[in-house]
Design a binder for this molecule. Structure first.
Ligand code: HEM
Length: 197
């Protein structure tokens, strides 16, 4: 659930890098089947890498706009992997995209399992230091909150709604109504009979 949420709503929605050396980005296939020729990068160039777009690319994900936590149990369909690699078979571009492979030996899927199609915590030597902690903390926090509250959507959810924040958060404003499952301990005076969580 948390993994799928971070796919559709990565926070931050972009990663930033600076080229320490000049380089050439490999050939890539566009969604309309046209080919993006290799791009020369000049030393010192700053990059914005859009996790938002990578996570919602139909070239990498089946039904990318659908919130489907079950997708993490299945590998990327072969037709997507084949189509992606077919467009990248140009000269000098040897790397084969593997797609997502579920790895049940780890607690949460990460960027390596998806061969960099899933990067909510970044990738490489500067990736997030606290990813495993953050995921475990999220699950514990959600368990605590849902034990105490029920919630319901109060408006239409539009996964494509505009980004509207100074800090670039992709989350739309909350449209949920929260109701306590148990009465507030102070208001009913039975604090001792309620669990601390
Ligand atoms: C859901 C929660 C979190 C998300 C989505 C997140 C995401 C990120 C992202 C995208 C980066 C940049 C990675 C890159 O550029 O490749 C980052 C960096 C970092 N994060 Fe997190 N983070 C989360 C929670 C945490 C927590 C709980 C900690 C500490 C306990 C933490 C510590 C750091 C540190 C130290 C860096 C900088 C690493 C470096 O530059 O070498 N993060 N995080």
């Amino acid at each position: 659930m948390v993994t799928e949420t971070l796919r559709l709503y990565p926070e931050p929605p972009i990663l930033i890098r600076r080229a320490l050396e000049s380089d050439v980005l490999p050939r890539a296939n566009n969604l309309d089947n046209s080919v993006q020729e290799p791009v020369k990068v000049i030393k010192g160039t700053d990059f914005f890498l859009s996790c938002w777009n990578i996570h919602r690319s139909p070239a990498l994900w089946e039904d990318p706009e659908v919130f489907d936590p079950e997708r993490w149990r299945k590998p990327t369909p072969k037709h997507l992997v084949d189509a992606y690699n077919a467009g990248r078979s140009g000269e000098g571009d040897q790397r084969h995209w593997k797609g997502y492979t579920p790895d049940l030996s780890t607690l949460y899927p990460n960027e390596l399992h998806a061969d960099y199609a899933y990067v909510p915590f970044g990738a490489g030597p500067r990736k997030c230091l606290g990813d495993q902690f953050a995921l475990m903390e999220s699950v514990v926090m959600l368990a605590v909150v849902f034990r105490r509250f029920e919630f319901e959507l109060t408006g239409k959810h539009d996964p494509l709604s505009a980004v509207d924040s100074d800090i670039g958060t992709p989350l739309p404003p909350p449209r949920t109504k929260w109701t306590r499952r148990v009465p507030h301990p102070v208001l009913i005076g039975h604090a001792a009979s309620l669990t601390p969580y």
